[in-house]
Design a protein around this ligand. Sequence first.
Ligand code: 5GP
Length: 188
Amino acid sequence: MKHELVKEILYTKEQIDVRTKELAEEISKFYETQEVKDNTVILIGLLKGCVPFMANFLNNFTYECQTEYMVVSSYLGGTKTSGEPKINLDLNLSIKDKTILIVEDIVDSGLTLDYVKKYLYFKGARDVKILTMLDKPEGRKVEMNVEWSGFTIQNQFVIGYGLDYEERLRNLPYVAICDTDKLKDWKW
Ligand code: 5GP
């Protein structure tokens, strides 16, 4: 049964599972070919949206890794970005000379990742790459090279599989287009 705020399911859990496994295998192989400090990649998940995707990815990623998390806010709980990223939870380890893979739920304007990437290089990272479950290239406000993305989608507001509306709906086991017409008078 789909949630009432769902207009259309874009990707089912099964489709996400298959694609995530594929990406994990590809990225594991990629790092085998790279020079990586301590042979360990630091995966930095951007909370809270990354959780289901990152958990799925971790189950399939075979290269040696450590996990860290950051909270960087740019959305103000609704469907529009505020455009000013802010770090609400910072790293707890030194990333000097480290190879970093940022794990994100969705890239839209690119402003969040642009900010985070610059920050990580400023902290001394040797290499920072990006893995995102979803990419919305039409929404870009800054140039942002995304090395790996699960699915490319159009400029629509999506929910589920980690993606929220007002902090809810992250628990939907699929990615869906939100029925934004219903949001105006929506009562939880
Ligand atoms: P950006 O800085 O690239 O514009 O936005 C990145 C963040 O905005 C994502 O991590 C995510 O939290 C939020 N975001 C962007 N597009 C969507 C969307 O379609 N649905 C939801 N729920 N969040 C989005």
